[in-house]
Design a protein around this ligand. Structure first.
Ligand code: ADP
Length: 482
């Protein structure tokens, strides 16, 4: 990998402000080729404890600074991320596989959370509450919640970190991070730049490990941790929530989705196809807001299938560093097996392939972008998230049918629909049981809007002016004797 700043590729972890190695390491592989890229320290619960102790100490001085002083450091971190976006993107594509253009997009998107929360940190207001007694005054203060633990996934190796670290640090907290074992290099590169930006030692530790369970156990049981923020599978989210009960930690969870993408008969069909491609095939279908189930109204069903099939057949699959690539490899063999299992189940139950339908000739972790039509609610994809480049098209008759099918899941992260009738737009937007609804768009992520799910898709919101709420506690001051 050719980098302008080779020192951004670190094979050491960052614990309590020190770059550390370990006797045991684990290898990071390029999912496009299977080739090893680097080895990082395989740290233990004891190392995490050290990071938490350092965070606890570092936080005292950081919380005492003004929001503006903290913002200046965060702003420098943001500037450095943008200045080194090419290197950060190259590291990301190498360990994660997404096309370079998408990786660059993620660096800009990821950096935006640092900029946004540097600003928002200045606007964490308390209240003066109208009193209930003449000799009393009531005030509220918002104070940093304490040391935060973050556990992040491999699908967005930078943005899932910055949207937690941004609000935490802006609010005056410290953060200890366990990045996904597949993509720790992006996390370490971020730490290099945070240090360079002048973030005081101990405020952000990156503890690399292949033993997520041990580190997760430490984060969720250590009494010095006030809050955890997790993005990942619903299964692990539930486990962490249970583990946090012992010390009553605040939890923020961004978990799985099962996004419906509904196309009504008054929709602009070309726009709907474009939106479906953007939503379904970004990151090779490996995002928690990717359309998982496409629902198309009877009258336009055949036409939509035909146009989506054409558009999907034109997608270019390849190694992420090659120019013009739309779809990179999946993260690993398990991911591929899941796509194959969902596809096989749908075909057994009567669905038909109209584009793709098999592993890609490039071999390895590559899968052909695929469209299947004739989907029915008894198929696995109706209730499970595929997390791959497979677009299944269901059919519906009217508004009530579309809403009923879309809501028939225990998940509730993102939903999308295409329609032009204004009454319908309002009715459907209000009826969808989701935290995020994309209307006539397949792209909804931005740092200025609140991102998060309902039902079993999670707790809390990230980004926007609400994103900092999870990192502060409200203290009520009752002043009597006035
Ligand atoms: P995915 O299937 O997308 O990899 P996971 O939920 O398994 O989703 O992973 C998301 C993050 O959770 C990763 O950083 C992973 O290491 C971590 N993780 C997995 N299992 C545990 C666990 N038992 N305790 C703590 N963290 C875990």
């Amino acid at each position: 990998m050719l980098l302008n700043r080779p020192d951004l590729l670190r094979e050491q972890a960052y614990v309590g402000g020190e770059w550390v190695g370990a006797d045991r390491t684990f290898a990071i592989h390029d999912p496009a080729t299977g080739a090893p890229i680097a080895n990082v320290p395989d740290l233990t619960a004891q190392d995490m404890r050290r990071a938490i102790d350092a965070a606890d100490v570092a936080m005292k001085g950081w919380a005492a600074k003004t929001a503006k002083e903290r913002a200046l450091v965060l702003r420098r971190w943001f500037d450095l991320m943008l200045a080194h976006q090419d290197d950060l993107a190259a590291i990301m594509t190498a360990e994660q596989g997404k096309p370079l253009a998408e990786a660059k997009g993620e660096i800009v998107y990821g950096a935006s959370f640092i900029e946004w929360f540097a600003e928002e940190g200045k606007r964490v207001y308390g209240d003066v509450v109208p009193t209930h007694a003449a000799d009393r005054r009531i005030l509220t203060l918002k104070q940093p919640i304490g040391v935060c633990g973050a556990i992040t996934p491999w699908n967005f190796p930078v943005a899932m970190i910055t949207r937690k670290a941004g609000p935490a640090l802006a609010a005056g907290c410290a953060m200890v991070l366990k990045p996904a074992e597949q993509t720790p290099l992006s996390a370490l590169a971020l730490a290099v730049l945070a240090e360079e930006a002048g973030l005081p030692a101990g405020l952000l530790s990156v503890v690399t490990t292949s033993d997520a369970k041990a580190i997760g156990g430490e984060i969720t049981s250590n009494p010095r941790i006030a809050k955890i923020s997790f993005t990942g599978s619903t299964e692990v989210g539930k486990l962490l929530m249970t583990q946090c009960a012992g010390t009553v930690k605040k939890v923020s969870l961004e978990l799985g989705g099962n996004a419906p993408f509904i196309v009504f008969d008054d929709a602009d069909l070309d726009e709907a196809v474009k939106g479906a491609i953007a939503s379904k095939f970004r990151n090779a279908g490996q995002t928690c807001v990717c359309a998982n189930r496409l629902y198309v109204q009877d009258a336009i069903y055949e036409r939509f299938v035909e146009r989506l099939t054409q558009a999907v057949a034109a997608l270019h699959v390849g190694i992420g560093t090659e120019p013009g690539v739309d779809i990179g490899p999946l993260i690993d063999d398990d991911a591929l097996s899941k796509v194959e299992a969902h596809l096989a189940d749908a075909l057994e139950h009567g669905a038909k392939v109209t584009a793709g339908g098999a592993r890609h000739e490039l071999g390895g972790n590559f899968f052909q972008p695929t469209v299947i039509a004739g989907m029915t609610p008894d198929m696995r994809i109706a209730t499970e998230e595929t997390f791959g480049p497979l677009a299944p098209i269901f059919r519906f008759s009217d508004e009530a049918d579309a809403i009923a099918q879309a809501n028939a899941t225990r998940f509730g992260l993102a939903a999308y629909f295409y329609a032009r009738d204004l009454g319908r737009v309002w009715r459907v937007a209000e009826a969808l049981e989701y935290g995020i609804v994309g209307i006539n768009t397949g792209i909804i992520s931005t740092e200025v809007a609140p991102f998060g799910g309902v039902k079993e898709s999670g707790i809390g919101r990230e980004g926007s002016r609400y994103g900092i709420d999870d990192y502060v506690e409200i203290k009520y001051l009752a002043m009597a004797g006035i």
